[in-house]
Design a protein around this ligand. Structure first.
Ligand SMILES: [Zn+2]
Ligand SMILES: [Zn+2]
Length: 286
C-alpha cells in the first residue's frame, strides 16, 4: 500500500487540552512533534469538579464520557474545533489482586467528526494505601511508593474522613501532617494514600505518555482509500486454527479495519501467526 505524505496532519491547527495537573508535560511534546499541531493548555476550569481520585467528589460518568466532557469544556473555553483529554482509573486487576491503572487519551476532531483514543493498561502503578498509628510504618510505606517524588495524601481515621491534607512532598510535611491527623483521629489511626494526580505521580505521568503514543500510532494509520488518518481496528475476529487439530481457537484470526470518513473496510489476516498453539485450543487442551 502506498500513502501520500501524511506528515503533520494537524499543521495550523490548535488542539486544546483542559488540565490543571500539568499533563501537557507528556502530551504536548509527542503530539506537536508527530502531528505539527499547536497544543494549547486550558486551565480556566477545575477538572476536579468532574471527580477526584481521593473521593471528595465522585466521578459521575464513565472514564470515556468524562474525557469527552473535558474536551467539550476545553473546546468551548478556547473556542476551537479540536480537543484532547486524558482520564485515568485505578483499581484492582479484574482477575488477580494487583493494582491496575487504565489511562485514556482521547482526541476529538469536530471538523472531521472523528473521535479516537489511545490507551495504557497495566500494573505499573504505585496505587495503594495504609492505615496506621505508627509513623515508622508510614515512612516505610512512603519509601515503597516512591515518596517524595510521588506525593502522599493523609487523613485522620479512614478513607472518608474530612480531615485531609494533600500536596505532601517532603518528610517534614509528612511528619507534621501525620501528627496533625493523629490528634484529629477518633480511631487513633491515620489513613495514608498515594496521590494519583498526574503532577503528583511520575509513574502515572509516564503511563499517560504511553497512552499518548498509542493514540499517535492509531492516528497515523491512514485509510488506503481516502487517506484519512485514524484507520483503526473496528473488530478482532477470533478463530485462529489450532496447530494440531485445525479447529478454530479463541485466538485472533483477523483484524477488521474501518475508515470513519469513507467507510472503507479492510482486513488483516493472521496478525499473530497462522496457527494457534494447542494450549489455546478448546479441543486439544480442555
Ligand atoms: Zn477512507
Ligand atoms: Zn486443537
Amino acid at each position: 500500500m502506498e500513502f501520500k505524505n501524511h506528515n503533520k496532519i494537524y499543521e495550523n491547527r490548535r488542539i486544546v487540552l483542559l488540565t490543571k495537573h500539568e499533563k501537557e508535560k507528556v502530551i504536548k511534546p509527542v503530539l506537536e512533534k508527530e502531528t505539527g499541531c499547536e497544543l494549547i493548555v486550558e486551565t480556566r476550569f477545575d477538572t476536579d469538579k468532574l471527580g477526584t481520585f481521593s473521593r471528595e467528589i465522585k466521578r459521575p460518568k464513565s472514564q470515556l464520557d468524562t474525557a469527552r466532557m473535558k474536551i467539550r469544556i476545553g473546546m468551548k473555553l478556547f473556542n476551537t474545533d479540536i480537543g484532547i483529554a486524558s482520564e485515568g482509573s485505578f483499581g484492582s486487576h479484574p482477575y488477580v489482586p494487583i493494582p491496575w491503572n487504565i489511562e485514556l487519551v482521547l482526541l476529538y476532531d469536530k471538523k472531521e467528526k472523528m473521535e479516537i483514543y489511545g490507551i495504557y493498561e497495566g500494573s505499573e502503578t504505585n496505587f495503594g494505601h495504609l492505615e496506621t498509628n505508627n509513623f515508622d510504618d508510614a515512612l516505610k510505606f512512603a519509601e515503597k511508593i516512591g515518596f517524595p517524588k510521588h506525593f502522599l495524601i493523609l487523613r485522620s481515621d479512614d478513607e472518608y474522613s474530612k480531615n485531609i491534607i494533600k500536596d505532601i512532598d517532603s518528610v517534614d510535611k509528612l511528619k507534621d501532617s501525620f501528627h496533625w491527623c493523629l490528634t484529629k483521629s477518633r480511631s487513633g489511626n491515620v489513613f495514608i494514600e498515594t496521590d494519583m494526580r498526574a503532577h503528583a505521580n511520575p509513574t502515572r505521568m509516564k503511563n499517560i505518555e504511553k497512552a499518548t503514543q498509542d493514540l499517535i500510532l492509531k492516528l497515523m494509520n491512514f485509510c488506503p482509500e481516502c487517506g484519512a488518518p485514524g484507520f483503526i481496528i473496528k473488530e478482532a475476529i477470533k478463530g485462529l486454527p489450532c496447530e494440531q487439530c485445525g479447529l478454530p481457537s479463541a485466538m485472533t484470526l483477523k483484524y477488521e479495519f474501518s475508515c470513519h470518513k469513507c467507510k472503507h473496510e479492510n482486513e488483516q489476516l493472521y496478525p499473530r501467526g497462522e496457527f494457534a498453539p494447542a494450549q489455546y485450543c478448546n479441543h486439544c487442551n480442555p
